[in-house]
Design a protein around this ligand. Structure first.
Ligand code: MN
Length: 257
């Protein structure tokens, strides 16, 4: 069997400690390519840069970085930059949790999702608190999980995992749990300030607290000291409500057109 090829990306930028930790975690597991954003691109979701071209540079340590989004990185890597298609895409390790509704905004998840959209098994890793305190814990978890999916592929075809690791010493972890996404309260209000010319400027407020964080959710698992592993899909269709909308269209007289 030919060697595994692993593409490593992130959203915190190519200089982030979490990226270096994930690269080290993958060391020896396959041929590694690193393509990461030049700047911190947290919160850029699945954005692709369409209004200008992208440049790719190689850092002294061999990482490649480009002046675009996390999705750009994986997209460019898969559609022309890399000589071969990777077998696995890993993203992170993010500076802070990506749980519940965060997954919609997360560049870390988006980079992994881009791999998944191209039919490649992909994993996003996030450390639950900002500041990299127990980054080594997250790196050890990442390595174990990557070793396991290589040794024993979980499901056929492409899949996408969102992994959140509690920010605590490795010895204090309580093992892995599969979870569903929780929900957050609405975000805090914007913060209004003035620029030096007296014109109003606005900072997006902090994310809300966990609202749906009961047993079975990612929030709950991490709060209990478990590593949260959420399998994600991309289909946003509200399948449960699809029949109700169909009959609503009929009632509204729009069904026949
Ligand atoms: Mn980030």
């Amino acid at each position: 069997m030919s060697r595994m090829r692993i593409l490593v990306a992130n959203d915190d930028g190519y200089l982030a400690p979490g990226l270096a930790a994930l690269v080290e975690a993958c060391r020896g597991l396959g041929e590694l390519d690193v393509v990461a954003p030049e700047q911190n691109s947290s919160g850029t979701s699945n954005a692709l840069t369409l209004q200008r071209p992208l440049s790719v540079w190689t850092a002294a340590n061999g990482y490649r970085y480009l002046n675009g989004t996390p999705s750009d990185c994986v997209h460019v890597a898969l559609t022309g930059l890399l000589p071969q298609r990777p077998d696995l895409v890993v993203s992170g390790i993010n500076n802070g949790a990506n749980m519940g509704d965060d997954t919609l905004y997360s560049g870390t998840v988006a980079a992994a999702m881009e791999g998944y959209l191209f039919g490649i098994p992909s994993i996003a890793f996030s450390l639950s608190e900002k500041g990299w305190t127990h980054l080594d814990t997250a790196a050890r978890v990442a390595r174990r999980l990557i070793e396991q999916v290589i040794a024993l592929p979980p499901v056929p075809g492409a899949w996408l995992l969102n992994v959140n690791i509690p920010d605590r010493p490795y010895e204090d972890l309580r093992g892995l749990r599969t979870t569903r996404l929780g929900r957050r309260h609405a975000s805090e209000p914007v913060i209004r300030q003035s620029n030096p010319r007296g014109e109003p400027i606005y900072w997006i407020g902090a994310a809300g607290d966990a609202r749906e964080a009961g047993a079975g959710t990612d929030f709950h698992a991490v709060a209990q000291g478990h590593v949260s592993v959420t399998p994600l899909q991309v289909d946003l269709t509200d399948h449960a409500c699809l029949p109700a909308w169909g009959s609503w269209l009929e009632r509204a007289g729009e069904g026949g057109r």
